[in-house]
Design a protein around this ligand. Structure first.
Ligand SMILES: [Ca+2]
Length: 403
């Protein structure tokens, strides 16, 4: 019941300001010039739930590596070093003390508008095979696609070897809305989010192409024969779910197998969804958002055969990156979702969704709002510590601590 009340309050908060997900970069001048060692009080996003847990109240950012240009994806190596992509086409290995090595042997990318390097993840057997998967924009301004490059990180951690594309989604003609988040399922298959290219929104309702979908692949790029549309005439066999706009966050709960994806709405209407194979998540037939010019995309917010989000953000927060916390550093937060937000000026924050054991959202909390940074990715590191990639006046890799 509390959750229904929250949904109804949100629905009244339609904003007429622009959504940041189509900007090149978020406001870089919002907030404080320095993000270092800020003491920032936690603010509850929703007043409906007063937590009775004793929990840390102050978030602090400690810089690990600064000066990164649109850092996009972060993966921890077993050694404790981190792999960090920069959107304009660099892959770095960064030590815990902040020493940066640019990795060579990486693929050429379309570093334009929202295109470039996106997410990076390690193979589940990385410890023995040293394989990595990089999602990136491939092609030209008018003919490009999100692709996955698979390669072996050399022993020295300085270069990629034996690299090749294992997958390329359908071609589009804009450099917007590429998706680009990667996640493994427990069965060893790989999910990749794919955007609607901004101008191909209607195609998100078709399973005959990959625009506005999330696809499921084997790690050699072949398509699992138990994909939901594998045997449907005319369908693109890789499609796992559809009706998405531009999903930039994807996590899987290793215990239950539940899959969360969030996506940018247009103006208003960002969503968190729970994915199930073959389901239609509605874009653009149903949405809680409107066009940037204030005009209506559709007055429909629900329809038969289309899924409802478990959370919607009106106005938009431009969500990016997502982590399901499981660490011992903050035991009260085990099973909660952390989500980066990039919509300036009010939506520059790290969001924590307090979930119960059945994945109901009990409350939403915001941190680091005064830092003036946009959070592109959030990852749990060794020891249950939390790390973010941030953009703005002090772009970089930060450790977040709560005191
Ligand atoms: Ca939807």
């Amino acid at each position: 019941m509390k959750y229904l009340a929250y949904m109804s309050i949100c629905a009244t908060l339609i904003s007429l300001t622009a959504c940041s997900d189509d900007k090149e970069t978020p406001n870089s001048d919002a907030g404080q010039a320095s993000a270092l060692n800020l003491d920032v009080s936690e603010t509850a996003e929703t007043p409906l739930e007063t937590s009775v847990k004793a929990m840390p109240l102050k978030a602090r950012l400690t810089p690990i590596a600064e000066g990164l240009d649109v850092p996009w994806g972060l993966a921890f190596l077993p050694s404790g070093d981190m792999l960090v992509t920069e959107r304009d086409g660099r892959l770095n290995r960064i030590t815990p003390s902040g020493e940066i090595t640019q990795i060579i042997g990486t693929p050429a990318t379309l570093a334009e508008r929202q295109g470039g390097y996106f997410d990076i993840i390690l193979d589940p057997n990385f410890a023995s095979n040293r394989l990595i998967y990089l999602a990136y924009a491939k092609g030209t301004s008018d003919a490009n696609a999100t692709a996955i490059y698979k390669a072996r990180l050399n022993e020295a951690g300085t270069g990629l070897e034996a690299g090749a594309d294992i997958y390329q989604a359908d071609l589009r003609g804009t450099a917007f809305h590429f998706g680009g988040r990667l996640q493994f399922l427990a069965d060893g298959t790989l999910l990749l989010t794919l955007g609607d290219a901004y101008v191909l929104m209607e195609e998100a309702q078709s399973v005959e192409n990959t625009h506005g979908t999330i696809v499921r692949l084997n790690t050699d790029g072949s398509i699992p024969s138990d994909n939901p549309f594998y045997n449907q005439d005319g369908a693109n066999q890789a499609v796992f779910t559809y009706g998405h706009r531009n999903a930039q966050g994807l996590v899987v709960d290793p215990q239950s197998g539940v899959i969360f994806a969030h996506e940018h709405g247009p103006q208003g209407g960002d969503e968190l969804n729970i994915l199930e194979p073959g389901k239609n998540y509605g874009w653009p037939a149903i949405t809680y958002g409107i066009n940037y010019d204030g005009s209506i995309i559709t007055d429909q917010t629900e329809a038969e055969g289309m899924e409802q989000p478990v959370v919607k953000w009106v106005p938009s927060i431009a969500p990016s990156g997502m982590m399901l916390y499981s660490g011992d550093q903050y035991p009260d937060w085990q099973g909660d979702l952390f989500i980066g937000a990039m919509r300036g000026p009010a939506g520059l924050k790290l969001v924590r969704l307090d979930l119960d054991a059945d994945f109901n959202v009990l409350a939403e909390h915001a941190y680091l709002e005064e830092a003036g940074l946009a959070y592109r990715d959030v990852v749990q590191g060794p020891g249950g510590h939390i790390y973010v990639l941030a953009e703005g006046a002090d772009s970089g890799l930060y450790k977040v601590s709560f005191e």
